[in-house]
Design a protein around this ligand. Structure first.
Ligand code: SF4
Ligand code: ZN
Length: 266
């Protein structure tokens, strides 16, 4: 996943996984002086939650001497996530959960943040649990295109898309948490106030139950997906990229998902 001279952006939320990965990458960087590492945090604008996470992320970066770059929904899109939830929930569009908006808008924000610091790769701290949940979520939604595209190292080619890597994709969340406790990393414990509404939460509950009854379930899902992906890619890779007519970013259609959502929100 990593080369000796990468300009790496790490998406840091302030939670245990991203701060554990921050510490590990900052250690590795000492042996690879040509590599640069910058933490990128997205401020979605979630009152009573993200402020604390931002402060925790900044404090960890300061201790490790890692530059910290923040991108916000407010600056990029003109709305905080709290405002988006208010507008959609009470403005006649309650069909999508806050996480559905947040996921799309944050994906784009991280890419823009990574480009702003001239990164050639962006690392995220998705764990084995996250990866197994994502596979099931894409199946439950019937999103075959995303099922094929989500992988530990992205191969989507576009000059405006920074390559994504997931160094923790085979690490169970419990082990990442254990690392954070053993290393006495200060991380945010408060869950996002919108998390309970997310489909991911149901997947987490289901997979944890399966894992405790049938050990190895999460890893089996990840490996099964690795074997299935080449066949799926043949169908979706031909879709290619377009350029969004509104924002100029890479898009599957004429209008990217973010701009489509923003139109609806406005
Ligand atoms: Fe965004 Fe949902 Fe995560 Fe909260 S739980 S930060 S709303 S994706
Ligand atoms: Zn767009």
């Amino acid at each position: 996943m990593l080369n000796f001279n990468d300009r790496l952006a790490l998406a840091v939320s302030g939670g245990k996984d991203s701060l554990s990965l921050l510490q590990i990458l900052s250690k590795l960087q000492k042996y690879r002086p040509q590599t640069t590492l910058t933490a990128v945090t997205v401020d979605e604008g979630i009152a009573g939650y993200r402020d604390e996470a931002l402060a925790t992320a900044s404090e960890n970066c300061r201790k490790l001497g890692i530059p910290h770059h923040i991108v916000s929904f407010q600056d990029l899109y003109g709305f905080t996530l709290d405002e988006i939830v208010q507008k959609t929930r009470y403005g006649g569009h309650p069909e999508l959960t806050p996480c559905a908006y947040c996921g799309v808008l944050r994906r784009k924000a991280i890419n823009i943040g990574a480009r702003a610091i001239c990164a050639n790769k962006v690392a995220t701290a998705h764990t084995l649990d996250d990866e197994a949940q994502t596979v099931l979520m894409n199946i439950f939604r019937g999103d075959i295109s995303r099922l094929a595209k989500e992988k530990p190292v992205t191969t989507e080619v576009h000059p405006l898309l920074v390559q994504k890597i997931k160094p923790f994709c085979e690490i169970p969340e419990n082990e990442s948490a254990l690392y954070a406790y053993v290393k006495r990393i200060k991380f945010q414990h408060t869950p996002c106030p919108y998390a309970a509404e997310a489909l991911r939460n149901d997947m987490r509950f289901m997979l944890n139950r399966m894992e405790s009854k049938h050990a190895g379930t999460k890893f089996t899902i990840l490996k099964a997906m690795d074997r299935l992906r080449p066949a799926l890619e043949e169908t979706v890779l031909n879709e290619g990229f377009k350029t969004c007519v509104e924002c100029g970013e890479p898009s599957a259609g004429d209008l990217c998902k973010t701009c489509e959502m923003l139109r609806q929100i406005r």
